[in-house]
Design a protein. Structure first.
Length: 278
């Protein structure tokens, strides 16, 4: 039995389909309440996940205030041009190795947070986000999923004018404005997913479908990314990897985000984020 991990009222919680269970209460104080402190405790989270059906919930998920399930990552990596369809629409060559940049951790926000647009060239990018659970260096690709606590949905919101203001582009600044990294609603352990390597991913803006892809089309899949990054530096619990976006971004259609727009991001088996622009 796997687990679904959330941050509710700034406290770590496990959830089922309709309820949440405060993790500190559920574990008798052994885990939580800090969400960052539990991401490396996968065995205990799995054990507690088995007990939910016999436990009185803390409250209903309906109306609960969900924050980012990984609120303070040490590292926040992101991967560019990791879908052939997106590289094609951007008219860029396919990378020979993962094109990795950093989203500064201060951009991370919750699955229902408002996004303050700071320019008229803000763009959406729906992405699968990997959450590291077990520290490792030089991790073999065949062992990579064993170092993953779970996966969540993310929006790599991008200020395109800022991103391409310099040559070469500074991806990090263009994608790290305050609030430009919504994640959530949950961290879902891989064993709860029907096919962890082929998850449907969509993005709607004001109800209009803009992106519709599958992580099966990643150029560099999750094991490859974990192995590559860990060959360079040690990965630690709570590190995030934004794995890239499929085609359909606004930049190539001249469809940038505007105040009042509602961005809805859904990943199969994980859930939906709804972020309003202002």
């Amino acid at each position: 039995m796997g687990f679904r991990l959330a941050t509710i009222d700034d406290r770590a919680a496990l959830v089922d389909d309709s309820s949440f269970y405060d993790l500190a209460t559920l574990s008798g104080g052994a885990l939580g309440p800090d969400p960052m402190a539990v991401l490396g405790r996968g065995a205990e989270l799995h054990d507690l996940g088995r007990r939910l059906s016999q436990t009185e919930p803390t409250g209903s998920l309906e109306g609960a205030e969900l924050g980012p399930p990984v609120p303070r990552p040490r590292n926040c990596f992101a991967v560019g041009l990791n879908y052939r369809s997106h590289a094609a629409e951007a008219d860029m060559e396919l990378p020979e190795v993962p094109l990795v940049f950093t989203k500064f951790p201060g951009c991370i926000t919750g699955p229902n947070a408002d996004v303050e647009l700071r320019s008229d060239t803000a763009d959406y990018e729906a992405e699968l986000v990997v959450v590291i659970g077990t520290e490792g260096r030089d991790i073999a690709a065949e062992d990579a999923w064993g170092h993953v606590a779970g996966v969540t949905a993310g929006q790599d919101i991008s200020d395109r004018a800022l991103q391409f203001a310099a040559k070469p582009p500074h991806f990090d600044l263009g994608k790290s404005r305050d609030g430009y990294g919504p994640i959530g609603p949950l961290v879902v352990s891989p064993d709860l997913l029907d096919d962890r390597d082929a998850l449907g991913i969509t993005c709607d803006v004001n109800g209009e479908r803009r992106q519709d892809g599958t992580t099966a089309h990643l150029i560099f899949d999750v094991p490859t990314l974990v192995a590559y990054l860990s060959s360079i530096l040690t990965l630690a619990p709570g590190d995030l990897i934004f794995t890239g976006t499929p085609d359909g971004v606004g930049m190539v259609q001249d469809l940038f985000l505007r105040p009042g727009d509602v961005v809805t991001t859904t990943i199969e088996g994980i859930g939906t984020m709804v972020n309003r622009c202002r």
